[in-house]
Ligand binder design. Structure first.
Ligand SMILES: Nc1nc(O)c(N)c(N[C@@H]2O[C@H](COP(=O)(O)O)[C@@H](O)[C@H]2O)n1
Length: 407
């Protein structure tokens, strides 16, 4: 098949599982991911409190007016929508935003994030997502991709070209749909379930209740029990106070964005990343003579007596080791020894004098391995869990403090 050059000028595009993406996610534990309608599902401009259109392109182009009835891409429509999105984001404890790059709400949310100076990741379905849009929308797209911290592309456009395609505009409709679906899943349920690094992800949807792209994404998020709210009713209330337009679903009950903060250390992110089992050790720990550079990889290796699996685990980064550990043949007594294994590995990790000092400097703070991936054994997820890793760390801290006092 013919290969087309598809780079986006001035933009570095990453694969979803790239290390640069993971490290960005690591840096920003409280994330908002946005999904929402294209302009054709926004209310008519006459239903809003916006004045006459100012852009000639929009005024003189009935076909485009049909697609963008609100005049969202007219400067005043754009500004009103972006101010609404920024107002919603502002004041919420959000570290960063993930947006989809699509025409409509996706771009509005991205613009609001940029306006507020919030770090932004844009996830695009394929490299030529913009190819069907008019020039002014393509300009917004490109400018936002250039200003975003990270751009993730989930599908190579070559995989969705029609047979015998003559350009990258010749796209298979089902392929495009699948790519958009993949993009939505990447930025919501995939991150929520599989990115062990993420402590908190909240979805904000501009959804009028209809089926379609946004509807599909909202359905997936609901099925995954991902915390989510729709801001459509608020959007109508602000922009169309006297309108007859109504959200097809009632406004969502107010939801606390992220779980309330208990005192102490909750989650091993940011300044407390070193508490995580994913932290690289200053000296490797040995198991069957094999060297492991993270507690995670060593712990996963301890699950099995198979030496080939252990050797392989020693070569993996902690995230991959965690996943691989789910596939190994477990030693029969694993359940009875795993707490002890984790305690010994944690002890080894904190033989490092710098880490000992850091652990002691947390004083008497409660240490909770809070997570959103449902680990209620080692941590606490959605308010529930035994927090064994936190307990081990606190017991070790107590032990080190006693040792120091005795010296
Ligand atoms: N998951 C999915 N399936 C489709 O068939 C799609 N067209 C999309 N598109 C994305 O959904 C948003 C727009 O949704 P509306 O159809 O306007 O409700 C936007 O993010 C598109 O990229 N997604």
């Amino acid at each position: 098949m013919k290969r087309f050059p598809v780079s986006i000028p001035g933009v570095t595009v990453y694969a979803p599982d790239a290390a640069e993406v993971r490290s960005w996610l690591n840096l920003h534990p409280r994330l908002i991911a946005g999904t929402g309608h294209r302009p054709n599902k926004f209310p008519k401009r006459s239903a809003t409190r916006l004045p006459e259109l100012t852009t000639r392109f929009l005024r003189d182009n009935p076909q485009w007016q049909k697609y963008d009835p609100m005049g969202l891409y007219d400067p005043r429509g754009w500004a009103a929508a972006v101010v609404f999105a920024a107002g919603w984001l502002a004041g919420r404890k959000v570290d960063a935003v993930i947006a989809g790059g699509a025409i409509g709400w996706d771009q509005i949310l991205a613009e609001a994030a940029l306006m507020l100076g919030l770090p932004l990741l844009i996830a695009i379905p394929f490299q030529t997502q913009d190819s069907m849009w008019p020039r002014h929308v393509r300009e917004v797209w490109l400018a936002q991709l250039r200003r975003a911290d990270r751009v993730v592309c989930v599908t190579d456009v070559h995989d969705i070209l029609t047979p015998g395609a003559r350009s990258t505009r010749d796209l298979d409709p089902q392929g495009m749909k699948d790519a958009m679906d993949r993009r939505n899943k990447f930025m919501t349920v995939h991150l929520h379930r599989h990115m062990d690094v993420l402590p908190d992800l909240f979805v904000v949807a501009l959804h009028d209740g209809s089926s379609g792209g946004t509807g599909n994404c909202v359905r997936d998020c609901r099925a995954a029990k991902l915390p989510m709210t729709s801001v459509y009713a608020d959007f109508l209330a602000e922009l169309c106070p006297t309108t007859t337009a109504r959200a097809k679903t009632p406004p969502a009950a107010p939801v606390p964005l992220f779980s309330p903060e208990p005192a102490g250390i909750r989650g091993f992110q940011g300044e407390y990343r070193w508490l995580s089992n994913f932290w690289r050790l200053s000296r490797p720990v040995k198991l069957s003579g094999i060297e492991f550079w993270t507690v995670e990889a060593a712990y996963q290796a301890a699950k099995t007596l198979d030496l080939d699996d252990r050797r392989h685990l020693a070569t993996l980064d902690p995230g991959d080791a965690k996943r691989y550990g789910r596939t190994v043949k477990m030693r029969p007594d694993w359940d009875s020894i795993k707490l002890d294994v984790m305690t010994q590995l944690t002890r080894h990790k904190f033989r490092d004098p710098a880490l000992r000092t850091r652990l002691l400097s947390t004083g008497t703070l409660q240490i909770t391995e809070e997570n959103t991936w449902g680990d209620t054994f080692w941590g606490v997820s959605r308010g529930k869990g035994q927090n064994h890793l936190g307990q081990i760390l606190m017991a070790l801290r107590h032990e080190i403090a006693n040792e120091q006092q005795a010296q």
